[in-house]
Design a protein. Structure first.
Length: 365
């Protein structure tokens, strides 16, 4: 039996050399491609730096925010601003307020953008606050129907706010587009106009990212957006009078004014064996205001016209509103204060109302 033939020892080394040569070429090709890609990326980065100057930071832009027409722009809140405690507090206060107002409607708002964009909740909120019914469809599913409802609701809002000097910082498209900044501006304006029994956090500002499309390229800039200033400025900047000056610059004289007004009202309420010691609380339900007007004008006010023992906020507002009507019937101008102000124990508003009565009826026995 012959031995198995030996393989030539030169074959294996020759094969290894060939493999090494192939891998070396492959590695060189990959390296060149990698280097080429790095150069391309570097060039692209340089081009973006030239095309988008003054960009303060890299912003995480969602795909839908890049679908812009030429010269169109879109705004969004900087993520860092969303974590600001005062910003979070503002949202919570507004959500709690809306839910309190609409508790009888069994409406619960959890997220402002998602719950208010279609106009349904805004409609109910305005109807409740303004005590009026809007002529809109109750439920609308289509985008066109939702925007039509929004248009009607916002027109009613504007009719209320514009005469008092409010700047309108929202529109149908921004609200329906779930723009949280626009929604917050709207709610803050409503809360301040209707003197909501809440305390808004002061000096709330957010950084807003503005994305614009220019010559086919997206550009981003940052701007600061002020949502609230101070409650005093928002409430009274449009209508300051002697009582503003009194509260701001002469608080020591406030007790003198209150004492004079208490003496005046008790002079007449004592005829019914009634006495006032605290102006801001004892006139808040409107009962004493109604009775006082009857005494000053010398007539009996039928009990069915007002709530003698009001229990709800609405009943108290009704009483104060009715007293205001009696004042106008007596020749006084419509009070500058709102009925809601008096019910919410706003001392300055109550003093304004009583001082007007004092001016006209101080000599009445």
């Amino acid at each position: 039996m012959s031995a198995a033939p030996l393989r030539s020892p030169t074959l294996r080394p020759h094969r290894m050399k060939k493999e090494e040569s192939f891998l070396g070429k492959l590695g060189g090709t990959l390296a060149r491609k990698k280097k080429s890609k790095e150069v391309s990326d570097l060039q692209e980065e340089g081009k973006n730096a030239i095309n988008a100057p003054m960009n303060p930071s890299i912003v995480d832009i969602h795909p839908e925010d890049t679908l812009l027409e030429e010269n169109e722009e879109r705004t969004m809140i900087d993520p860092n601003s969303k974590e600001d405690p005062k910003f979070k507090e503002l949202i919570k206060v507004l959500i709690d307020w809306i839910n309190d107002v609409l508790v009888e409607e069994r409406i619960i708002v959890k997220q402002l953008e998602e719950d208010l964009y279609d106009g349904q909740v805004l409609q109910k909120l305005l109807e409740k606050l303004a005590d009026r019914k809007l002529n809109v469809a109750e439920v609308t599913q289509s985008e066109i129907g939702q925007k039509q409802k929004l248009q009607t609701v916002l027109e009613a809002v504007h009719d209320l706010l514009r005469p008092h000097g409010w700047t309108i910082k929202w529109n149908v498209d921004s609200i329906h587009g779930k723009n949280l900044i626009s929604i917050l501006h709207l709610l803050v304006a409503l809360a301040m106009h209707f003197r909501a029994p809440i305390r808004l956090p002061e000096h709330v500002s957010v950084q807003v990212v503005v994305v614009r499309k220019r010559e086919g390229l997206l550009q981003t800039t940052h701007v600061s957006e002020e949502l609230t200033t101070t409650t005093e400025v928002l409430t009274f900047s449009l209508e300051r009078d002697a009582f503003d000056t009194l509260f701001d610059h002469a608080p020591d004289k406030l007790s003198v004014v209150k004492k004079s007004l208490i003496t005046f009202v008790n002079k007449h309420l004592n005829k019914l064996n009634l006495e006032v010691t605290e102006l801001e609380t004892q006139f808040a339900d409107g009962v004493y205001l109604v009775l006082l007007m009857g005494l000053l004008e010398d007539y009996f006010v039928p009990l069915h016209n007002f709530y003698l023992t009001p229990e709800s906020f609405d009943q108290k507002v009704h009483n104060v509103s009715f007293a205001f009507e009696l004042m106008q019937d007596g020749g006084l101008k419509k009070p500058k204060a709102r009925p809601e102000d008096v019910v919410n124990l706003d001392l300055k508003s109550t003093l304004r109302v009583l001082y007007n009565l004092f001016t006209k009826y101080k000599n009445v026995e």
